[in-house]
Write a protein that binds this ligand. Structure first.
Ligand code: FBP
Ligand code: MG
Ligand code: MG
Length: 343
């Protein structure tokens, strides 16, 4: 499908129809990835309803247990986790799932499934009960191990460059599904009364530069010097400080308007807070497809070799020129030390 054909599509094309049309671009496609995307959309609709009704039912509030990250699980974290796992298992296309809410890999029993999914079922947990936008983030990989067998570690530790699809759902003033299969980024808005996602944001691209910066300045004193310097530059330039505290929502705004989201290493999170496999890789794939950039300060996020299911990394993502500047500042702050060592 060419850009011209893509933009000629009447806004209002359903997600289903769009997926089918996209599949036609791949003559050897067998429809499993298309079905998997539909399974994710179905679970998103169910989770959307649970979120909308949280205040009226007893699924708001804390669940009373901690997840593998040592974070207090919210009931909606657990509900979303169950709903997505169930939809992926019942769909039959997925052989294994990595979830933020599960310590170990979930083998679905579909050993003939071609795909691995890494998922953050509910992102922005601290905003669940206060009616602020939250989300779901997912990455999809093709398995490496032999079909018919149980998935193995090599399937789970693929670099972000190996993603075949990635996306997020944002549960906000409207609910949207935004995803890529490596041919651009498209956004779909959920029409609740019809129960359908409709194409509303075709071929999303992000501005090369912006004047929005998103960082939790509460940790400023413990930021690396280069990041302190970058934040001060943003202030001097009178950039707009915007931080929702839900990664999906901060990313979505900056994707559409231009801007940068920063989560450096802090006292509380010395290696960074965000998780490579089910938060950073997906958004890095999307932002690159939209013309932006994602880095840990010195390395392209998609090139990082995973070695743990729940590994964290520092995360700088958004408009290319803004992330470039952060990288340059970090390298520059690094260099003087080296030259002084030479003396
Ligand atoms: O409260 P902090 O330290 O600013 O962290 C906020 C970040 O943590 C997260 O909530 C982590 O994600 P989860 O809610 O999925 O655990 C991000 O959505 C958000 O950007
Ligand atoms: Mg998250
Ligand atoms: Mg989460």
């Amino acid at each position: 499908m060419t850009l011209k054909e893509n933009l000629a599509l009447p806004v209002g094309t359903t997600l289903d129809r769009f997926i089918m049309r996209k599949q036609e671009d791949f003559p050897y496609a067998t429809g499993e990835l298309s079905q998997l995307l539909r399974d994710i959309a179905l679970a998103a609709k169910i989770v959307n309803r649970a979120i909308n009704h949280a205040g009226l039912t007893d699924i708001g509030g804390a669940y009373g247990k901690q997840n593998v990250q040592g974070e207090d699980q919210q009931k909606l974290d657990v509900v979303a986790n169950i709903r997505f796992i169930r939809a992926l298992r019942n769909g039959g296309e997925v052989c294994a799932i990595i979830s933020e809410e599960e310590e170990e890999v979930i083998h679905t029993g579909n050993n003939n499934g071609k795909y691995i999914v890494a998922i953050d079922p509910l992102d922005g947990s601290s905003n669940i009960d206060v009616n602020v936008s939250i989300g779901t983030i997912f990455s999809i990989y093709r398995r490496i191990s032999e079909i018919g067998t149980e998935a193995t570690m090599e399937d789970f530790y693929q670099k972000g460059t190996e993603q075949v699809a990635a996306g997020y759902v944002i549960y906000g003033s409207s609910t949207m599904l935004v995803y890529t299969t490596g041919c651009g980024v498209n956004g779909f808005t959920y029409e609740t009364s019809l129960g359908e996602f409709f194409l509303s944001h075709p071929n999303i691209t992000t501005p090369q530069n912006g004047n929005i910066y998103s960082v939790n300045e509460g940790g400023f004193n413990h930021f690396p010097e280069s990041i302190k310097h970058y934040v001060e530059l943003c202030r001097v330039r009178n950039y707009a400080a915007r931080y929702i505290g839900s990664l999906v929502a901060d990313f979505h705004r900056n994707l559409l308007k231009g801007g940068i989201y920063l989560y450096p290493n802090t006292l509380k999170s010395p290696g960074g807070k965000l998780r490579l496999l089910y938060e950073c890789n997906a958004l890095a794939f999307l932002v690159e497809q939209a013309g932006g950039k994602a880095s840990n300060g010195s390395q392209r996020i998609l090139e990082i070799q995973p070695s743990e299911l729940h590994q964290r990394c520092t995360f700088y993502i958004g408009s290319k020129e803004m992330v470039d500047e952060v990288e340059n500042l970090m390298v520059a702050r690094e260099r003087p030390v080296r030259s002084s060592m030479l003396v």
